[in-house]
Design a protein around this ligand. Structure first.
Ligand code: SAH
Ligand code: SF4
Length: 361
């Protein structure tokens, strides 16, 4: 194989090159990770942006085969935070200088839900003097809904494509109108068209997934011109249909190491986007998120969901920090960042530089 430095220098991101780079381990992998980490430090500095994440409801109308809170899982205590609790979480994020707030939940698209989010967005803006950035991660909606929420104050939206390979996508979802790959893709486009900073992502190490498909995912991010990416290892959950394919899985370590390579390569391919160090990384390795930052990630999403409810938002098993309070999370993260020579970008929206570069073009 060609030298990593040569490939990076020439920007020749072919499927074949990426496939080989994703497989790097040992010293060669270390070289790739530190190349990407140092590249980020030099080009964007050592700030890592915080997004206070509130998982406000685990009620979901969908049935994705991998997810612990899918609607058919009867072993879940369903909850829905009150408006006041969500507003409190937003104010907490604001007062703790996170600069930015993410609202995530199971998927609903009924009018009551859509109106409620719209109302909440306006209230959050009001209570935080328009200063708190708001990101939504509320799944597939109509273009009108995306536009409406944008007008009411949300400016970033995260919708993972999960995998850019349609055949693999089909294996992970029921075969019905609510779970179509095309629809997900159209939604991502509608989000971009509505004016949001657009985030997507994939799971890594799904049953049957190949390096070639993951290389395709990296090229998909680039071709779609996304502003933000959140990628994490797939982690099995025993109350889901995909659990029955667990014998096909890579080891958790392999999924983790491949995720690090995905982060590093994406950083080199798209220098000005925001890349999240995801919680699922930490579920496998206690220093997972810090390692992701050292490989080129620049966003962390501390969980500020009230701690008594966190254990009910289990998309996967062994989810970390499900019994800690928000205060603990914020202190713990700053200390962890300091250990690796990074600092939190307090009070900043930490926008994707790529978004503004894209708008200028
Ligand atoms: N309902 C919304 C947002 C919540 S799910 C949506 O689906 O977009 C957020 C993300 O959690 C999903 O996009 C998926 O990538 C991730 N996720 C779900 N189950 C997972 C699992 N078992 N392992 C790792 N990530 C998972
Ligand atoms: Fe619902 Fe999202 Fe889980 Fe799918 S991934 S079941 S849409 S919460």
């Amino acid at each position: 194989m060609k030298d990593i430095f040569q490939i990076v220098e020439s920007g020749s991101w072919s499927i074949e090159n990426l496939e080989q780079l994703l497989a790097l381990r040992g010293d060669e992998q270390k070289k790739l990770l530190s190349l990407a980490g140092n590249f980020l430090l030099k080009s964007r500095g050592n700030e890592v942006y915080y997004r206070g994440l509130v998982e406000f409801s685990n009620i979901c109308t969908k049935d994705c085969f991998y997810c612990g809170i899918r609607k058919s899982n009867k072993n879940v205590d369903r909850y829905d935070l009150s408006d006041d609790a969500i507003l409190d979480a937003a104010v907490f994020a604001y007062e703790h200088h996170y600069g930015s707030f993410v609202m995530q939940s199971g998927e609903r698209d009924d009018p009551v839900f859509v109106d409620r989010i719209d109302r909440l967005l306006r209230k959050i803006k009001e209570k935080t003097n328009g200063k708190l950035g708001i990101t939504l991660s509320l799944g597939e909606q109509t273009p009108e809904t995306y536009r409406r929420w944008f007008k009411s104050g949300a400016h970033r939206y995260l919708l993972r494509i999960e995998t850019s390979d349609e055949a693999l996508y089909r294996q992970l979802h029921p075969d019905d109108e609510k779970h179509r790959f095309r629809k997900r893709m159209d939604c991502l486009k509608a989000i971009q068209d509505a004016g949001y900073q657009t985030g997507t992502g994939v799971m890594i190490g799904l049953p049957g997934q190949t390096f070639k498909q993951l290389a395709g995912d990296l090229l998909f991010f680039k071709n779609f011109d996304v502003d933000m990416v959140g990628m994490g290892p797939y982690i099995e959950h025993e109350d889901t249909p995909l659990y029955f394919r667990r014998s096909e899985l890579w080891t958790p370590r392999e999924r983790f190491l491949t995720t690090l390579n995905m982060v590093a390569l994406l950083r080199l391919m798209m220098p000005d986007i925001n890349i999240a160090a995801t919680t699922a990384m930490q579920a496998i390795d206690p220093m997972g998120r810090e390692k992701a930052v050292q490989a080129g990630a620049n966003v962390m999403m501390p969980n500020i969901t009230p701690s008594n409810l966190r254990r009910n938002y289990l998309l996967y098993q062994n989810k970390p920090c499900t019994d800690e309070g928000a205060e603990d999370c914020s202190d713990c993260l700053s200390i962890r960042l300091e250990m690796i020579g990074r600092r939190p970008g307090f009070d900043k929206w930490g926008d994707s530089a790529h978004f503004f570069n894209r708008m200028r073009e």
